[in-house]
Ligand binder design. Structure first.
Ligand SMILES: Nc1ncnc2c1ncn2[C@@H]1O[C@H](COP(=O)(O)OP(=O)(O)OP(=O)(O)O)[C@@H](O)[C@H]1O
Ligand SMILES: [Mg+2]
Length: 263
């Protein structure tokens, strides 16, 4: 599917008002010379407002491809990615949006978190979190209130003036969580957010997700870690580009990891 340069004519799709995202029959094949690599083979999934969903799958299952397509960083060959733009049941399909609209989606509607923090090394924690609001031209007073509130949620009020090199890996990832939320997105897409972290810090990040979910933030997290996935409300098993099963999660994160101590 090609990027569009003309503005999509506000074409809307009906979407259940309690959903933020409805993915329909998403397909993507990478072509490497003569070899075709089918990465997504007909993905269907829905995420509700305030729901924490885990995509669990082994290496090569298609997790990053899926997250990148949902985040308008990569483009599927076919299928629909419908976001409930204003929680009003009038969804828009990002595969029909223009480049400009994709930028707008990434800035305001989608929060992205990656395995390797992706913070600007020359900016402080505060400035890193503030950046998406600056780009979105939000007024200074609003920026200050919001950035401080986000840093408080992730427990980093005391680290506001620290540069990334002056923070631990877990602290840096908490900054990216704060940054991902700062423009109040429809959904946070997190690709292996705890991949680089030790157990204690992993638990901390998952607890932050559980906390922000309580205030209505939707989160879709890709991971290969079965135990972390079980803390999410729902776990979707991805294999060879297909969701092969789904189960309820909701396990207590402390209980999941207490098992460790017996090992
Ligand atoms: N840019 C690309 N060009 C060609 N093939 C690709 C590209 N990106 C991914 N693939 C292939 O698509 C499939 C899915 O890859 P993807 O990165 O989505 O998997 P993943 O589930 O995120 O794996 P991991 O857990 O290792 O991060 C793999 O077979 C991979 O080799
Ligand atoms: Mg990946």
């Amino acid at each position: 599917m090609k990027r569009k340069s003309k503005k999509s004519e506000e074409k809307t799709y009906e979407i259940d008002s309690d959903l933020v995202l409805d993915v329909q029959d998403l397909r993507k094949t990478y072509i490497m010379g003569k070899i075709k690599v089918p990465a997504l083979r007909g993905i269907n999934l829905k995420v509700k407002k305030g729901e924490f969903v885990a995509i669990l799958g082994p290496s090569g299952a298609g997790k990053t491809t899926l997250i990148n397509c949902l985040g308008a960083l990569d483009f599927p060959d076919s299928g629909k990615i419908i976001y409930n733009m204003n929680h009003d049941g009038r969804g828009q399909n990002i595969t029909e949006m223009t480049n400009q609209e994709h930028k707008e989606m990434r800035l305001n509607r989608i929060g992205l978190i990656f395995q390797f923090y992706n913070l600007f090394p020359v900016l402080t924690a505060y400035e890193n979190v503030e950046l998406p609001m600056l780009i979105a031209k939000k007024p200074e007073l609003k920026r200050e209130q919001r950035v401080k509130a986000m840093l408080k949620i992730v427990g980093l009020e005391e680290r506001m003036e620290h540069f990334p090199t002056q923070m631990s890996g877990g602290e840096q990832q908490r900054v990216t969580v704060a940054r991902s939320m700062v423009n109040a997105p429809l959904i946070i897409l997190a690709d292996e957010p705890t991949g680089e972290l030790d157990t204690e810090t992993t638990i901390n990040i998952i607890k932050i997700f559980l906390k922000i979910k309580q205030v209505g933030q939707s989160i879709l997290m890709a991971t290969h870690n079965i135990r972390i996935a079980e803390a999410a409300d729902r776990v979707l098993n991805l294999k060879d580009g297909k969701i092969i099963s789904e189960r309820k999660g909701g396990k207590d994160i402390d209980k999941i990891f207490n098992l460790d101590k017996e090992e």
